[in-house]
Design a protein around this ligand. Structure first.
Ligand SMILES: [Ca+2]
Ligand SMILES: [Ca+2]
Ligand SMILES: [Ca+2]
Length: 379
C-alpha cells in the first residue's frame, strides 16, 4: 500500500501518513467489477508477440517497444498499441507510433475510482490504437502520447501469420480493471481443447503483495506470492503462463491482496492437441445403388508423425463407424469402412457430405481430418 501511494503521489510529501490505510475501503472501483472483455479472436497458422513499456507515474509517456520472435516469412495480421493510465477523469488521448500520428481517441475502457488519502480521482483509463499498417516485423517501434496523466505501462501486441507455424487460436481480451484486495475474471469463448499460453499485462504492480495469483479455469497456475512485481521494469508486468484449455468457455482470473494495480490484457494463444490429418475418401461420389463392399479413406499425417504408428483399432468415421481393416502404403494409411454402414449413416442423396475420420497413434496422440463427398441415388 505504502509503495503504491508513493508511486502515485510522486512528489507529494504526505505519503507516510497513509501507509496504514487500506485502499480497499478508500478507493472505489478496485474490486473485480470491470473484467476484461473479448476484443478479437484470430485463428490460423501464426502466433502473437507482445512488448510492454513501463514508466513511473509518467505524464505523456513515450519510448521504444522492441518486437522480436516473429519468424522469417511471416505476415502481420494486426497490431495494437495499448496505453493504461490513472486519470483524474476519463478523456481522449492521442499518440504517435513509428513516426505516424494516430489521432485523438476516447478511452475504450474505464474503471472509475475516487477516494484514497487525498480524495483524488483514480480513473483507470485504457486507450487502444490500431497500428497494423505501421508494423513490418521484428524491430524497434518508438511511440509517444499526449494528454496522459499518470502512466505506468503501455503494451504493443502483434499477431502474425506464418504457414510454418502451428494452427492456433488467439484471443485478445482487453479492458481496464483497477484491482486491489480482489479477484477479477475474464472469459474466453469457443476455445478449442489444447495447449497454449496465457499472456497477462498489468501496470502499477510492484514489490508489495503476498497472495497474488493467476488462475486458469479456476486452477492456480501461478502463485500464490508476489507475482505481479514489475516483471517488465518499474512499474509494469508481462507474464506468460502455460495453460491447458478445454473445449468451450475458459476463464482466466487474477487475484491481488496488498498491491493495487491495473489489468489491461489477457491474451490466450492455443493450439490443438489433435493432429491435423489429411483425409481422402474414395469414392468421391457414393452411389447408393452400388453393391460395393467398402468405403475407403486414405490418411496421411504431417512429418514427423508416421501413419505406421496409427492404431487401426481406434480409427472411426463420424465418431461411430469403425475401420474394418487397413494397410500402410508408403506414407499413407488406407482404411476400409463397411459400405452399408456408411450409406445407412448418410441416409439419402446429398451434394455436400462432410465426413470426419479420427483415431489415435499407439502413444495415444489423437488425429482428425475430414473430406467432402457427394452421395447420389440414381433411379
Ligand atoms: Ca475494478
Ligand atoms: Ca501497485
Ligand atoms: Ca506485487
Amino acid at each position: 500500500m505504502k509503495t503504491r501511494i508513493n508511486k502515485i503521489l510522486g512528489a507529494i510529501v504526505i505519503v507516510s501518513m497513509f501507509s496504514a490505510i487500506s485502499f480497499s475501503t478508500m478507493v472505489s472501483g478496485t474490486g473485480g467489477d470491470n473484467p476484461l472483455a473479448i476484443y478479437l479472436t484470430w485463428e490460423g497458422n501464426g502466433g502473437v508477440v507482445v512488448d510492454v513499456y513501463p514508466t513511473i507515474a509518467q505524464v505523456n509517456p513515450g519510448g521504444n517497444f522492441t518486437i522480436s520472435g516473429i519468424p522469417n516469412g511471416s505476415s502481420i495480421v494486426c497490431a495494437y498499441l495499448y496505453v493504461g493510465s490513472w486519470e483524474y477523469f476519463p478523456h481522449t488521448a492521442s499518440a504517435t507510433f513509428a513516426g505516424n500520428s494516430l489521432g485523438n481517441v476516447t478511452q475504450f475502457a474505464n474503471d472509475p475510482g475516487t477516494g484514497g488519502p487525498i480524495g483524488s480521482s483514480w480513473d483507470l483509463c485504457a486507450w487502444r490504437w490500431d497500428v497494423t499498417s505501421f508494423v513490418w516485423g521484428n524491430g524497434v517501434y518508438p511511440f509517444s502520447t499526449f494528454n496522459v496523466s499518470r502512466h505506468y505501462g503501455s503494451a504493443l501486441v502483434v499477431i502474425y501469420s506464418n504457414p510454418l507455424e502451428p494452427h492456433r487460436q488467439i484471443f485478445i481480451n482487453d479492458g481496464a480493471e483497477s484491482l486491489h484486495s480482489s479477484t477479477s475474471t475474464t472469459e474466453f469463448f469457443g476455445v478449442i481443447q489444447g495447449t497454449g499460453t496465457l499472456i497477462v499485462f498489468t501496470q502499477a504492480d510492484d514489490y508489495s503483495g503476498l497472495n497474488e495469483s493467476i488462475l486458469f479455469n479456476n486452477v492456480t497456475i501461478l502463485g500464490p506470492g508476489n507475482i505481479f512485481n514489475s516483471t517488465s521494469g518499474p512499474f509494469a508486468s508481462l507474464i506468460y503462463s502455460p495453460v491447458n484449455t478445454t473445449q468451450g468457455t475458459n476463464t482466466a482470473s487474477i487475484t491481488t491482496d496488498l498491491d493495487w494495480f491495473g489489468w489491461h490484457l489477457a491474451i490466450l494463444c492455443v493450439q490443438s492437441d489433435v493432429l491435423d490429418a489429411s483425409i481422402d475418401i474414395d469414392p468421391d461420389t457414393i452411389n447408393l445403388k452400388s453393391k460395393g463392399k467398402w468405403i475407403t479413406a486414405y490418411i496421411t499425417l504431417d512429418s514427423p508423425y508416421d501413419v505406421k504408428d496409427i492404431d487401426i483399432g481406434t480409427v472411426l468415421l463420424e465418431n461411430t463407424i469403425p475401420a474394418e481393416w487397413g494397410d500402410v502404403q508408403g506414407t499413407t494409411l488406407m482404411v476400409k469402412f463397411d459400405r452399408k454402414e456408411v450409406q445407412d449413416f448418410i441416409g439419402g442423396p446429398n451434394e455436400d457430405v462432410d465426413l470426419t475420420v479420427k483415431g489415435e497413434l499407439n502413444d495415444g496422440t489423437e488425429f482428425e481430418g475430414s473430406d467432402t463427398i457427394r452421395v447420389i441415388n440414381p433411379p
